[in-house]
Design a protein around this ligand. Structure first.
Ligand code: LLP
Length: 434
């Protein structure tokens, strides 16, 4: 499932020694494997080969221009959520015409930008939003293609902060109001009813909730096709990845060696379960996976600053922090942590792995067993390719990390480490304080 493994004692990404990358570009640095992303994309495509498929990569997971170009070369469109993301797609030479625009609060300027660039469809979350899109399209003298996002009220059985398809969530229109919403939309002059959309949540680790949601919504989709001639059904993204055994899961045969009931979700299982439910609809099927594409294709490299012995605990203080990789602080999420140089003769230590930020929450792992590593040695946070760099901040005036893309034995910097000058470039002391 990915191309990170030890060659002898040293961790490599494809054929590149990760310590060499850290030496060249410093730390913290994100490193992505192009071959892993390509494999994931193709596996998803193959697993649903029986369908008329349009993959719109959810670029919020990782929107570096190099990755967008890679997806674009593979033929992907994008699931985008802001004017900034539209502009990123254009800057990367991607195709807005095969991209979908999601989000509960699209501004008039963003709607206009999307229309000017020929967006494939807007994923509409409410009637007021529909009225706004109709209005903007009217001022431009065009028709806006739309799908309404249905909230199927299905429990995705994932973390509460990334569940989106329950009736308590802010997303979508409840299934029981959806027919009325389509009818209202059909009366708007500047709206073209093009499809229907849903997305029930992120990091789903079993196929059950996807099946339940599709089964629940499919009859309504068939009705919409009959009455309005809609042409596509987007079933969103959300396929989960392996976090706990991330490194092992990259080894050939790892999946097959597990007892079937313990096997994490794969695109093959997803495709096999969903194809028979979707095929009879005779519609284009849009997929919006983000994490599955890039999550296990990226690691965050970091350097050990100190091993600090506390009263009851050992703290491994590293140079990455919650501002670089927010997920553990925000969702208590688990990222496997491994040394770049493996030395089996060393003892294992139980440590809390923490960053230098002045917050107790700046903690990547509690009571984790790790090979003892000392000052200056390098570690990697696995499965950090999705929602890593895109959620980073400058908290504590820490510059945004560097990003590197690997392909085979080549690697290149795809985002330079931010400079202090760049961080403060837009700030200004007002005249009344001078
Ligand atoms: N489509 C829509 C409408 C979405 O809102 C999302 C993600 C996706 C597709 C892609 O979901 P994926 O395939 O990546 O699961 N920051 C969180 C995840 C937030 C997901 C937001 N929406 C995390 O780090 O776990």
């Amino acid at each position: 499932m990915h191309h990170f493994r030890y060659a002898g004692s040293d961790l490599q990404c494809e054929s590149v020694d990760l310590a060499a990358v850290a030496r060249l570009y410093g730390t913290p640095t994100y490193v992505y494997s192009a071959s892993t992303i390509e494999d994931h994309y193709k596996r998803l495509q193959t697993s649903l080969a029986g369908l008329d498929l349009q993959i719109c990569y959810a670029m919020k997971a990782n929107s570096n221009l190099a990755l967008l170009k890679l997806f674009s070369n593979l033929g992907a469109g994008f699931d985008l959520v802001s004017g900034g993301e539209i502009r990123r797609v254009i800057a990367a030479g991607g195709n807005v015409k095969t991209s979908v625009f999601a989000g509960v609060g699209k501004t008039e300027a963003e709607i206009k930008l999307a229309l000017e660039n020929g967006i494939f469809s807007f994923h509409v979350e409410s009637e007021p939003e529909l009225a706004r899109i109709n209005h903007v399209a009217g001022t431009m003298g065009v028709k806006a293609p739309i799908a309404i996002r249905i909230n199927p009220d299905v429990d995705a059985k994932t973390h509460a902060k990334i569940t989106t398809g329950k009736s308590d969530n802010k997303f979508g229109v409840p299934l029981r109001f959806a027919a009325a919403a389509y009818e209202a939309a059909s009366k708007l002059k500047n709206i073209e009813l093009k499809g229907v959309q849903m997305h029930i949540g992120s990091q789903l680790t079993s196929v059950g909730p996807f099946v339940e949601a599709v089964k629940k919504v499919a009859p309504f989709v068939a009705e919409l096709k009959a009455s309005y001639g809609i042409s596509y059904f987007s079933i969103g993204g959300g396929m989960g990845i392996v976090y706990k055994d991330s490194l092992a899961s990259g080894q050939p045969g790892w999946w097959d060696a597990l007892p079937p009931e313990q096997r994490p979700l794969t695109p093959e299982v997803y495709g096999e379960a969903l194809t028979p439910l979707l095929q009879p609809l005779g519609l284009k099927i849009v997929l919006e996976h983000g994490r599955f594409m890039v999550g296990n294709a990226g690691v965050l490299l970091s350097k050990v600053e100190h091993l600090k012995r506390g009263a009851n605990k050992n703290f491994l203080i590293v140079d990455a922090a919650m501002n670089d990789l927010m997920r553990p602080a925000m969702y208590d999420s688990y990222h496997e942590i491994v040394p770049l140089h493996r030395d089996t003769s060393r003892r294992a230590l139980t440590v809390d792995v923490v960053g230098p930020i002045c917050e107790t929450g700046d903690c990547f792992a509690k009571d984790r067993q790790l090979q003892e590593v000392g000052e200056g040695e390098l570690i990697a946070f696995m499965s950090a390719g999705a929602y890593g760099y895109t959620m980073a901040s400058r908290y504590n005036t820490r510059a945004l990390a560097a990003e590197v893309l690997v392909k085979g034995s080549s690697f290149e910097l795809i985002n330079a480490r931010e400079t202090f000058e760049h961080m403060i470039a837009n700030e200004k002391v007002p005249a009344f304080l001078r």
